[in-house]
Write a protein that binds this ligand. Structure first.
Ligand code: NAD
Length: 254
């Protein structure tokens, strides 16, 4: 208990899946969690569940692709709590199943806007908010930020960008003497609404293919990733920066 006691944490995409599990775990471990998302009803429900379990949580509507929204939410967090200790850039959109020569430029740009621009804006404004007191930033990449997969060009490119953006900013913060650690987390296939959507689009064959691709034959749970993010956010990881934490049931080990 108390691995992030009294810390102020902002978790984007906090209304669902991995973001919600991370918010619940960090609240259990003593943090005040600020969840942000586009899904307001689900965000309010997550806050109600965390509060009912004795945690401290708030929800704010926040589009990670919108720089003005970033300024607004960070002003709110700093106004309410005086500091930001932990930022989890978790919001993301899936996609895939489209041959590269058929990907509309619009779909490519929409994917980049959330998965890469959104993380860049979080890092940009997060570093500014943490400069004085220090902090930790965790960016959610993917196994598909490390290796490719057929029919996922836009998603894979966006997550590869997150992986190296993380390293560039981590060493920049270190070189500038800022007490800010920056790491990426790389989930394998995790049972969340995002993967549920892909399975719905692809049918039972898609589900079978995902399970076959897993060395363990199973998908992970959102809590498996939340545990890794909690570790990176905690002082137990005080010497960890610019690093990539893979949590994938062995997917990348082959
Ligand atoms: N589930 C997996 O197998 C898996 C694997 C690797 C990486 N990831 C990554 O983990 C992260 C979380 O995904 P998840 O599986 O929990 O999916 P999810 O769909 O359950 O959650 C993603 C959340 O992000 C929010 N979001 C989307 N666009 C947004 C925007 N513009 N502004 C603010 N919020 C926005 C959604 O509303 C949703 O609540 C994503 O970055 C995803 O790419 C997931």
């Amino acid at each position: 208990m108390g691995r992030v006691a009294d810390k102020i944490a902002l978790i984007t995409g906090g209304a669902s899946g991995i973001g919600r599990a991370t918010a619940e775990l960090m609240a259990q471990e003593g943090a005040t969690v600020v969840l942000s998302d586009l899904q307001d009803a689900a965000g309010d429900e997550a806050v109600a569940a965390i509060t009912a379990a004795g945690g401290q949580a708030q929800y704010h509507h926040h589009d990670v692709t919108d720089e003005a929204d970033w300024k607004k939410i960070l002003a709110t967090v700093l106004g309410d709590h005086g500091r930001l200790d932990i930022l989890v850039n978790n919001a993301g959109v899936g996609g895939g199943g489209v041959p590269v020569e058929e990907i509309p430029l619009e779909l490519w740009r929409d994917t980049m806007a959330v998965n890469l621009d959104g993380v860049f804006l979080g890092v940009k404004h997060g570093v500014a908010a943490m400069k004085e007191l220090g902090g930790v930033i965790i960016n959610t990449s993917s196994i598909l930020g490390v290796v490719g997969l057929p029919l996922t060009a836009a998603y894979t490119a966006s997550k590869g960008g997150v992986r190296l953006l993380t390293k560039a900013v981590a060493i920049e913060c270190a070189a500038r003497g800022l007490n800010i650690r920056v790491n990426s987390v790389h989930p394998g296939f995790i049972d969340t609404p995002m993967v549920g959507g892909a399975i719905q689009r692809g049918g039972p064959a898609r589900r079978e293919a995902i399970l076959r691709s897993q060395p363990t034959g199973e998908m992970g749970q959102p809590s498996d990733i939340a545990e890794g993010i909690l570790y990176l956010a905690s002082d137990a990881a005080k010497f960890v920066t610019g690093s990539e934490l893979v949590i994938d049931g062995g997917y990348l080990a082959r």
